[in-house]
Design a protein around this ligand. Structure first.
Ligand code: 13P
Length: 250
């Protein structure tokens, strides 16, 4: 049985006090959602430790939104995976399309970040997905395949066992436009096939999350698909009620 995961990517939102309130809200309503759902919240670096403190004693995990390519040293402004791990984070989002698009992250960068994450015991949530132009040109399968081959294929079997993949079509992020459940299933199944070509039966155990305008009103339909194991949620993760309601979509 694959893990069911609902992860909230808060992006560059919430001041520390607001983040703590949001985490308290998620914790307060958590018992209304099946314990079979694994919740993860990913706040900005500045309040990771406060959110971790707030969620102590709950089963809600915390992740960072990025980590540095290097272990430590003269890299002004960067945050090392070891620092994130020392706070008590369990996950780290890597390769989000916003980082690929605005900060020039490439497979080369991401290979280094993945290595840092694993070296420090963090589980990566590795994001893949195509742009609108790529989708229109029918290249979405190839784009996802390449993003996986160039990074995920470098992992060992042991590392792969801790990986979470998020399929996030760029055209559906923050746009209100969601991939249909069928579109999600089609590409999730394809991604699993690509993973199986390298990792064999272990691919059946890898959680593949959908991300892109996922909300309480569409989560159930998307999560009902065989190869969709949950969601990576942006906007709707900023309201505890909506985030929890998405969890009820299973
Ligand atoms: P939205 O849910 O706001 O579309 O964002 C999705 C996302 O990018 C999560 O990482």
């Amino acid at each position: 049985m694959r893990k069911k995961i609902v992860a909230g990517n808060w992006k560059m939102n919430t001041l520390p006090a607001e983040g703590v309130e949001l985490a308290k809200g998620v914790a307060a309503g958590r018992s209304e959602v099946c314990s079979c759902v694994n919740f993860i919240v990913c706040p900005p670096f500045t309040h990771l430790s406060q959110v971790i403190e707030t969620l102590k004693g709950t089963d809600i995990a915390v992740g960072a939104q990025d980590c540095a390519t290097e272990a430590k040293g003269a890299y002004t402004g960067e945050v090392a995976a070891s620092m994130i791990a020392a706070l008590g984070c369990e996950y780290v989002i890597l390769g989000h399309s916003e980082r690929r698009q605005y900060y020039g992250e490439t497979s080369e960068t991401l290979n280094k970040k993945m290595a840092q994450a694993y070296a420090n015991g963090l589980k990566p949530i590795y994001c893949v997905g195509e742009s609108l132009d790529e989708r229109k040109a029918g290249k979405h399968f190839d784009v996802c395949k390449q993003q996986i081959e160039e990074v995920v294929f470098n992992l060992t079997e042991e590392q792969f066992a801790d990986l979470v993949i998020a399929y996030e079509p760029v055209w559906a992020i923050g746009t209100g436009e969601t991939a249909t459940a069928e579109q999600a299933q089609e590409i999730h199944a394809y991604i699993r096939e690509v993973l199986a070509s390298k990792f064999g039966a272990a691919a059946a155990e890898c959680p593949i999350l959908y991300g892109g305008s996922c909300k309480p009103s569409n989560a159930a339909e998307i999560f009902a698909k065989e190869d969709v194991d949950g969601g990576l949620i942006g906007g709707a993760a900023l309201k505890a009620e909506d985030f929890l309601a998405i969890g009820k979509g299973f």
